[in-house]
Design a protein around this ligand. Sequence first.
Ligand code: ADP
Ligand code: MG
Length: 706
Amino acid sequence: MEKEYFNVADIFGENVFNDATMQERLPKKTYQKLKETIRLGKELDLETADVVAHEMKEWAIEKGATHFTHWFQPLTGVTAEKHDSFITAPQKNGKVLMSFSGKELIKGEPDASSFPSGGLRATFEARGYTAWDPTSPAFVRQDASGATLCIPTAFCSYTGEALDQKTPLLRSMEAINKQSLRLLRLFGNTTSVKVTPSVGVEQEYFIIDRNDFLARKDLVYTGRTLIGAMPPKGQEMDDHYFGAIRERIAAFMHDVNIELWKMGVTSKTEHNEVAPAQHELAPIYEEANVAVDHNQMIMETLKKVAYRHGLQCLLHEKPFAGVNGSGKHNNWSLVTDDGINLLDPGKTPHDNIQFLLVLCCVLKAVDKHAALLRESAADVGNDSRLGGDEAPPVIISVYLGEQLQDVLDQLIRTGSADHSLKGEKLETGVTTLPDFLKDATDRNRTSPFAFTGNKFEFRTVGSEDSVGEPNIVLNTIVAEAFSDACDELEKAEDFDLAVHDLIKRLAKEHQRIVFNGNGYSTEWAAEAKKRGLPVADNMLDAIPALLSESSVDLFAKFGVFTKTELESRAEIEYEIYAKKRNIEAKTMIDIIRKQIIPATIRYTTVLADSVNQVRQAAGDADVSTQVEMLTEVSSYLKDTKEKLTVLENLEAEGIKISDITDRAFFYRDKVLPAMEALRKPVDKLEMLVDKSMWPMPSYGDMIFEV
Ligand code: ADP
Ligand code: MG
């Protein structure tokens, strides 16, 4: 097929109502008013909104849009949208007009009753409303349904409680902005006016053939395989990692990039991951709330474009047991409007002290709220991924690298650091080297929270999850640490002395959260326990951190979540857990009853017939192999049936438990182990039954033959 060549710069952002478009199309006064509103985070007046809406509509119609949607992120983890067409009621002449008002732009009222609210909205007042987030640009999405103007919005209840990811994220961004500015002012910075968390999200995913996907009801209903024997070759050769990208996948990635570029998403790197059929896509970092929106758009686009190519994108954290799972690396830093990265070690001693304080504040934040940070990355799929020997362990720790660790050690030991590992002395000798970035020794892949040059990389997040929550937590916990530091330093008589003491104290008090070794080792698990670091092995053990006293106080102090909002979120998580596990159990029962057992019985009759027929044809022929096979298959078949019955009974019992938390625990403690037990004989059968009779594609078919 002839490829069409084009210049990326020409298409980039062509479907985004971005600053350039606004400047070009809006009357000057309206443009300035809108910019000012965005800058100050104020509400847009209706008059301005009407003008903006009108121009936005005209622009969208030129792109072929027929509908608009308030695009939002309810607590289901995926995005939601309700499409309204631009048409008005027919006019006298029988024609319709295309209209879009300021009111429609600013505020929408989806029927919200079926979105999870964790008891926040009684059904009789089920309406919630969506409100435009002008800091995230509107865009036109083109797909099979034509073109739609998508307006990124926040989703709240009528009484103002957040029912989504965006509302608290924006609140947390305000908190970190305010506290970062306080800190910068202490260091004499009078010029920066805004500090924004920057986020770059690396997205991992699997691609398989769509026909294989459709033949696996477990993938269709649950996103992961519930049974499946390991192929003869796994990922032990590591030959897929960064390997050449196959043609079919390359064509898919090409289209993904074009779609994303048009919508203003800076898809930047793509490569194969460790596991066969696994890939990664990373955009360039940007403001946290835009990055969170863009990550959702990336996930949607991956799925949609895969479909067009006869492929299926699997975003589940662990689609294949025994094969590497998928995560999402959340790269996070703090950047001022005039381009200063607070996490950059910097070149002058003055900046270095500021950097060391920022660094120690992050250590304090992560140490104090490790359980909450862990919780922010908890989802059902991630339970199968975390703690394996490829994903970060469930224990949160910080990796600093040798050089930075050495500086901290000196500070703790002597109260001042006079050298870096390279032996280069800076004037006050407080910190490391200008080229620290390049020298940051090895890049520890086993750490859940690693300092990587000028940012932190939070790797615990699951591939299917929204990065909303991890960033809400990061922003708020660091805002708190900054606020505490500023409270102390603003009062100090001798700032230099005070900041010095504070850095030393923070480094000392929170060094237990630092771990530079191998996070996958069993020694670390034991050591972490000794250090008193929280360990939540699974989602249900993680959830209570949302409601701990320190979390409730933290979020209340910075106006990010009320206690009621936190309670509703915890309830939703229990509910999601119970529901997803229930679907998994029912799917497994369905597959095994209707596909695996019948196929196996068919195979046993083939074996039995063979014994009889061979005996008839040649009376003294040796049929012991057939008999042996028949015995073995029959015995696993029996085992399968018994374990299936156990699962069926437990599933029936679980679904009757009315308390949602109790039900979630029942699924974790009773149903999940029963599923794992049932899987064993089934995977044995897969190795015994004639492949042509096995009713679904194998692991090998799916991950090696795309
Ligand atoms: P890798 O982690 O694979 O070595 P990079 O370090 O180049 O790759 O970056 C990975 C991701 O981190 C990208 O999405 C990139 O945009 C993002 N990133 C780079 N610098 C920053 C920063 N200062 N703040 C936030 N994200 C960043
Ligand atoms: Mg990375």
